[in-house]
Design a protein around this ligand. Structure first.
Ligand SMILES: [Zn+2]
Ligand SMILES: [Zn+2]
Length: 510
């Protein structure tokens, strides 16, 4: 039995808040910041603002000015007022402290929120993170002095190599599971920001090709930018929901538990929640293999059918009068004959569950990031807070309800069963992201993407399509880190401001 299941009926599992590592990282990055770093951040933000307003010609001039002012400075490095050694050691101490705090918060937060303190966080495994940052800074300075690179383009290679070498620090981490999730997280970010870099280059090329004109490729770019989050969300969730029902061993435990709880399975079936989702997958496979009918014969009650063919344990819980038309409807929602009735109940249940999930988290974020604004204008900030909570709850609720309704519709429409119904379920559920504020589309999609990639890879290994590469996770981590740090040092505007803030607080000016 998985760790998530062994928690039984408890509403929030201990690993639950692992799903919100990102918000935690943001909060923690606030802790280690100082005036100097915040000043850098403000200047970057105003610079990005300026960039948006400037035309491309002005942009070139601005670039020239920046390069000129950089040339006046004799130093190769950009960590003003600190020697290379100071820059590295300070980074190490700062990061060590922060790694400690992150670990502590991740360990303690669920207990604080649920009011039961059971878990003592393990301490002193933070070497990986801290040595990573100082190794990066050290190699970067060394490369600069060795190659004497004064221009920006050759500094890109320095940052890439420094990022890759520092990425080796991941090998220190003995926990394979954590190593993999860190790697997948950074790989996703590397894909995201390289995508932004590509879009930026494309936009410059378009402006060169037809200056002042708006053509079809501009519309295409705009469309891609607007709907990339929705598309990624749909693709990622197609894999995730399919895996949830057919290969749940390829999903991380915390995420599997999240789906079991929010899909209503935990509430309906308690400890049997996991086995019931497995039954959906195995029953579909069985029907396809045996070419057996997809309906429960007339005159046979759902209870009798369950008893004989599915699970006597659950069968005994079903009222004897019920008769479901489809076998899979009976497996999915045994306690409701009507698909619509089941979904209405699910809607109210899930709205409550998602409120329990989002409201505490949003309150923490409000306190940490908006407390000043809240004091100044409580009415406006309060309204925004309520609206954003409501939107998030509605999104998660519709994700679950419309998602679970999809296979019910599809089997009526096609009058058969097919595994792709359940991938379509994920895609349809994922498309509910349009309910959320558009700024959050890509964020949520990129939260799902690494989990989907991991699950797809594991399914591939299980079925023998692919083979594990020794130390592949470390190699991928090195490559992601290399390309991320290249962008961080040289193309800051391709990194979205939220992450740029977090990265600047961790890595500072180099
Ligand atoms: Zn230096
Ligand atoms: Zn149904």
């Amino acid at each position: 039995m998985s760790a998530a299941e062994s928690n039984g009926f408890s509403f929030i599992s201990d690993s639950y808040y692992e799903n919100f590592l990102e918000s935690l990282a943001q909060i923690v990055s606030k802790l280690l910041t100082d005036q100097e770093t915040e000043a850098v951040l403000t200047s970057i933000r105003s610079f990005q603002e300026k960039l948006r307003r400037l035309s491309s010609r002005n942009l070139q001039r601005l670039n020239l000015e920046i390069t000129a002012s950089e040339k006046e400075r004799p130093s190769l490095c950009r960590h003003v007022g600190k020697t290379c050694t100071q820059n590295c050691t300070r980074g190490f101490i700062k990061a060590f402290g922060v790694a400690f705090i992150v670990k502590y918060i991740v360990g303690i937060l669920p207990s604080l929120l649920t009011g039961k303190i059971t878990k003592k966080p393990a301490i002193l495994k933070q070497m990986a993170g801290s040595s990573f940052i100082s190794a990066y800074k050290g190699v970067l300075c060394a490369m600069r002095h060795f190659r004497k690179s004064h221009d920006k383009d050759s500094d890109k290679l320095n940052a890439f190599v420094a990022g890759c070498v520092a990425g080796l620090a991941l090998a220190f981490d003995r926990d394979r599971r954590r190593r993999q999730s860190v790697m997948l997280y950074l790989l996703t970010r590397a894909i995201q920001f390289n995508g932004a870099w590509f879009m930026k280059q494309w936009s410059l090329r378009r402006k060169e090709k037809h200056p002042g004109e708006i053509k079809w490729d501009d519309h295409l770019a705009k469309f891609l930018q607007k709907y990339s989050g929705v598309a990624v969300m749909m693709i990622a969730n197609a894999q995730l929901i399919y895996a949830f029902l057919f290969n749940h061993d390829t999903l991380p435990n915390s995420f599997y538990a999240f789906l079991l709880t929010h899909g209503g399975f935990k509430k309906n079936f308690g400890r049997m929640a996991g086995p019931v989702t497995e039954m959906v997958g195995s029953t579909v496979n069985q029907i396809l293999e045996d070419h057996s009918p997809i309906m429960i014969p007339e005159g046979v009650s759902t209870r009798d059918f369950y008893f004989r063919n599915v699970s006597p344990n659950i069968g005994s819980l079903i009222p004897s009068k019920l008769h479901h038309k489809y076998i899979l409807c009976a497996v999915q929602h045994p306690f409701h004959e009507s698909c619509t009735g089941d979904k209405l109940g699910l809607f109210t249940d899930e709205l409550l569950r998602s409120a329990k999930l989002y409201v505490p988290l949003n309150i923490i974020m409000l306190i940490v990031f908006r407390s000043k604004q809240f004091m100044l204008d409580p009415k406006h900030v309060g309204q925004k807070f309520i609206l954003s909570c409501f939107r998030s709850c509605l999104f998660l609720t519709m994700y679950v309800v419309i998602g679970l309704a999809t296979p019910c519709w599809l089997r009526r429409l096609f009058n058969r069963e097919a595994p792709w119904f359940y991938a379509a379920t994920g895609a349809v559920a994922g498309s509910m992201i349009v309910i959320e504020a558009s700024a959050r589309h890509l964020e949520l999609a990129l939260y799902c993407l690494p989990r989907a990639m991991e699950s797809l890879w594991k399914t591939g290994i299980k079925n023998g399509w692919v083979k594990n590469v020794p130390h592949g996770d470390i190699l991928l981590f090195m490559a992601s880190m290399g390309s991320l740090m290249t962008l961080y040092q040289n193309e800051k505007d391709t990194i979205s401001s939220h992450y740029l803030g977090v990265m600047t607080r961790f890595f500072g000016q180099n």
